[in-house]
Ligand binder design. Structure first.
Ligand SMILES: Nc1ncnc2c1ncn2[C@@H]1O[C@H](COP(=O)(O)OP(=O)(O)OP(=O)(O)O)[C@@H](O)[C@H]1O
Ligand SMILES: C[C@@](O)(CCOP(=O)(O)O)CC(=O)O
Length: 493
């Protein structure tokens, strides 16, 4: 009997905390996106005639010319389960391969040998489809091919999980954290498929382990944590918790379980956060990509070589980052306490009115202005940190673009997400929930998009992602996600 498990995980935008979030003394404010990765795992019984091919895992990426990766699973006589790639024309996909190898070993440790054998090996195969929402990959060429303007409305006309007409190696990724969302959804889908319904912290720890192994380093991990738990203020775990496992070439499922099982050794801190009502995250993919790892290397070397200057810069930047968090939480609290006056304040700020100290909305209006100032302070401090060590964190071209965006009424603030560079920008814009505002949200977005379409110095293409507080989601059936059933049928047609 065929059985299907579907899990999705969101992409991410690191609004504040780039570089600092690598040090557990500091935090990063990461917003999960509405754009998600989906892993679909299906057990397919093997007919008696083709038992010899049992114990196979076939993974498909229908967006990339249906790239296929095959694996042979072997278990039995008390040995640890192994997953060996079978040569395919698509080369290796280390993220998928490591996720399969380590997660099946964990499953065997959790369920015990016989269970793993019966589900994985005897008489069945696993079919897996992996797709990412269009925002994870630049859609510029697709829009140009359709003679569509670079707007969110145009992006909405593209097929869900659209074919990228290129390879994974060549595709222009947009920085939403595809590998973290992919690994998180795949690890969880496998655990769910084997009816393990794992603890969220165990899933988080396992996804961090697999992601670090696949990337060959222990990064800050904010992308994996937000893929699991959604939007949050994130504090990195002590990387020593993974060091032993990462340094071993051969590890048993039990060793993996002993490491990823929730314990005080996992010092990750996640404090949920959401954007306040009527404040919308707007993202843009900017053309000239950046080399984040080299930026990180330079900044960390500068920090090591200039401890005093770096401590002063990071302390100031951390204070500004904390001010952004405080403003967001205050606005959410004001909206919950007094929704009507909150909406009134948003409208008045949209219309460029300044609330008087006696008005009922003054404190809300002040919090919005404080948010704007704090975001500007973060930008300035990030730019200065980049200038101090010759890293284009907010290069002048991005400064000019962001400053022009902030001239538009209704744009509260913005910046360069994550490590910065030329990859992307984000904006926070007011989105009143009624049309009783001269400059309604649609007009603000239209004005922003018009600015971006006419921008000459950089090529700026909007993404359709919004902020979405949620993390991992188990999807009940394929039909619940637009285009997913078609993507799976295409993959295994
Ligand atoms: N649809 C997909 N199907 C299978 N594997 C994918 C898919 N999308 C991405 N991947 C895997 O994730 C890898 C990208 O990981 P990498 O660490 O290079 O990017 P990233 O930092 O997560 O990128 P970004 O943040 O821009 O999305 C690809 O090389 C590929 O192995
Ligand atoms: C620079 C850094 O702190 C954030 C990188 O963010 P992004 O991958 O550019 O979104 C590195 C890291 O935390 O992994």
């Amino acid at each position: 009997m065929s059985r299907t498990t579907i899990v999705s995980a969101p992409g991410k935008v690191l609004l504040t905390g780039g570089y600092l979030v690598l040090d557990p003394k500091y935090t990063g404010l990461v917003i999960a996106t509405s754009s998600r990765f989906y892993s679909v795992v299906r057990t397919q019984p093997v007919s008696s005639a083709s038992q010899a091919t049992a114990g196979r895992i076939t993974v498909k990426a229908p967006q990339f010319n249906n790239a296929t990766w095959e694996y042979a699973v072997s278990t039995g006589d008390g040995a640890d389960v192994t997953v060996q790639p079978i040569a395919s024309g698509n080369g290796k996909n280390k993220f998928v391969e490591i996720a399969l190898q380590k997660t099946l070993a964990l499953i065997q440790a959790l369920k015990g040998q016989p269970q793993a054998d019966s589900i994985i090996h005897q008489g069945s195969n696993l079919e897996i489809v992996i797709v990412g929402d269009n925002d994870f990959y630049s859609q510029r060429q697709a829009l140009e091919a359709l003679s569509l303007p670079a707007t969110m409305a145009s992006l909405g006309q593209l097929e869900p999980f659209a074919a990228q007409n290129t390879t994974l190696a060549a595709v222009h990724k947009t920085g939403l954290g595809s590998s973290a969302a992919l690994i998180t959804s795949l690890v969880t889908a496998l655990l769910q498929h084997f009816e393990l319904s794992p603890d969220l912290d165990l899933v988080h720890n396992m996804a961090q382990y697999v992601h670090c192994l696949a990337q060959g380093k222990v990064g800050s991990g904010f992308d994996v944590c937000s893929a699991v738990k959604g939007s949050q203020v994130y504090r990195r775990f002590d990387e020593q918790v993974l060091r032993t496992l990462m340094d071993k070439t051969l590890v048993t499922g039990q060793e993996i379980l002993d490491t990823v099982r929730p314990s005080p050794s996992w010092t990750t801190q996640t404090t949920p956060i959401a954007l306040p009502p009527l404040l919308r995250l707007v993202l843009a993919d900017v053309d000239a990509g950046s080399d984040t790892p080299s930026f990180v290397g330079k900044v960390l070397k500068w920090r090591k070589d200039n401890p005093e200057a770096a401590l002063a810069a990071w302390t100031k930047l951390n204070d500004y980052n904390s001010a952004v968090e405080h403003c967001l939480r205050s606005l959410s609290s004001f909206a919950a306490q007094d929704p009507d006056n909150y909406r009134m304040a948003i409208r008045s700020v949209m219309n460029g009115q300044t609330a008087t100290p006696e008005s009922k909305v003054d404190h809300i209006s002040r919090a919005l202005h404080e948010l704007r100032n704090s975001l500007q302070n973060v930008r300035r401090a990030m730019k200065m940190m980049g200038q101090a060590n010759d890293v284009p964190i907010e290069p002048d071209e991005q400064t000019r673009l962001l400053d022009a965006c902030l001239e538009i009424p209704g744009v509260i603030g913005g910046g360069v997400p994550g490590a910065g560079g030329y990859d992307a920008i984000y904006l926070l814009i007011l989105e009143p929930d009624d049309s009783a505002t001269e400059a309604s949200a649609d007009s603000v977005i239209a004005e922003v998009e018009a600015l971006w379409q006419g921008w000459k110095e950089l090529s700026v293409c909007p993404l359709s992602s919004r902020a979405d507080a949620g993390g991992l989601k188990v999807v009940r059936k394929l039909e619940d996600v637009k285009g997913l059933k078609k993507a799976v049928e295409t993959a295994f047609s």
